[in-house]
Design a protein around this ligand. Structure first.
Ligand SMILES: Nc1ncnc2c1ncn2[C@@H]1O[C@H](COP(=O)(O)OP(=O)(O)OP(=O)(O)O)[C@@H](O)[C@H]1O
Ligand SMILES: [Mg+2]
Length: 275
């Protein structure tokens, strides 16, 4: 396979039927990384070696820790070797036993500032050419790098918790995205800790956000245990209710034709550009 430079035009992304799915929440601790890791593991079970999870929480990313990974290369190595080709991007990935690849965040928060918006879009486009699913975990808020990721995303998963600041924050974030014209990505709304009895009416939440909740993830100590163990619930299966919730999230990105697909594509597909 010939090396592909990272200067391909945006149309190439738009023409590709595969997905770049960015996970977003204005507030910290809403459940972005838990959702991103479980979505990625769930998709990788169906499509082994066709899913990559990118940790764009560049200062304090938790993907490596949440998945017990010890990366020898991270996104900072790509930024420092810029411009890079697709082969170099692939060499920076760390593999996970579920059949998933990850591009981990820098090991030191001090390195995060070296990564620009152009690095983000370049890396995501390169991965999009090689993988069926690119999942992007982000830091809280709408930083320039998060906006760059959204700019090339086909889908956006909004994580909201049952707290008023989280709901209000998400509403403001969506208004801001409308103002800057970032409206093309399909929007999926996840309500995390959905069963928390904290006096928030889901109908009111939906009216405030302006769309129905697509996926409800219940509150469970098993989520915290999974974070601490570094084994996502979609890998361990430790809580059937959580597994069902994340399976529902996975199904938001699987076409009807794919719903029975369980075995994935042959390993020879690995790292091959889609034709
Ligand atoms: N449904 C849930 N039930 C119980 N605990 C949860 C749930 N979802 C997430 N948590 C816990 O809340 C903490 C924060 O979750 P997570 O790291 O996924 O959030 P985040 O949005 O990525 O945070 P940050 O903004 O800091 O990156 C973790 O300890 C996680 O285990
Ligand atoms: Mg996180």
């Amino acid at each position: 396979m010939g090396a592909t430079t990272l200067t391909s035009p945006p149309e190439e992304v738009a023409a590709d039927p595969s997905r770049i799915i960015t996970i977003l929440s204005p507030k910290g601790g809403a459940g972005k990384t838990s959702s991103a890791t479980n979505l990625a593991v769930g998709l990788a079970k169906r499509y082994p070696r066709e899913v990559v999870l990118v940790d764009l929480d560049l200062q304090f990313g938790d993907v490596a820790s949440n998945m017990r990974l010890q990366p020898t290369s991270t996104i900072i190595d790509l930024a420092r070797s810029w411009p890079v080709d697709s082969a170099q991007v692939k060499l920076s990935l760390t593999s996970h036993p579920s059949g998933l690849y990850t591009l981990c965040a820098p090991l030191s928060p001090a390195e995060a500032d070296e990564i620009t918006a152009d690095h983000v879009t370049g890396v995501l486009r390169a991965l999009h050419r090689s993988f069926r699913y690119v999942i992007v975990d982000t830091d809280p808020g709408l930083s320039e790098r998060v906006l760059s990721a959204l700019d090339v995303s086909t889908d956006m998963v909004m994580i909201c918790s049952t707290e008023v600041p989280s709901i209000r924050g998400l509403k403001k974030a969506l208004e801001a995205l409308d103002v800057v014209g970032l409206t093309s990505a399909r929007r999926v709304l996840v309500l995390n800790r959905s069963n928390a009895k904290v006096g928030v009416d889901i109908g009111q939440l939906e009216r405030t956000i302006g769309r129905p909740v697509d996926v409800r993830v219940p509150s469970s100590i098993d989520m915290v245990l999974a974070t601490n163990d570094g084994i996502p619930v979609m890998e361990s299966g430790r809580n059937p209710e959580l597994v069902r919730a994340f399976e529902h999230l996975v199904e938001q990105f699987v076409t009807d034709d794919d719903k029975d697909h369980r075995g994935g594509k042959p390993a020879s597909r690995l790292f091959k550009r889609k034709g």
